[in-house]
Design a protein around this ligand. Sequence first.
Ligand code: CA
Ligand code: CA
Length: 86
Amino acid sequence: MKKVIGAMIALLVVLTSFAAIGKVLAEDADGDGLPDEWEIQYFGHLDYGANDDPDADGIANIDEYNTNTDPADPLSKPRLPGDDQV
Ligand SMILES: [Ca+2]
Ligand SMILES: [Ca+2]
């Protein structure tokens, strides 16, 4: 039984370390998938999540991040098929 508990504690320590390292690497303190630097740059805080759409352009933050568009500017969004036919 002691062995099992020891192994569980060791596993917990390893998992916790990985989680800490991952957070530092991704710099994603709130764990929403958006780098904190990016959130601070556009919003000035970490309150929005990956699926939020604060500029209401229909594009979620995570998609704005992946396509390098401005998540705080409704005119800045990924070009979609059909956008040329305005
Ligand atoms: Ca974040
Ligand atoms: Ca948006």
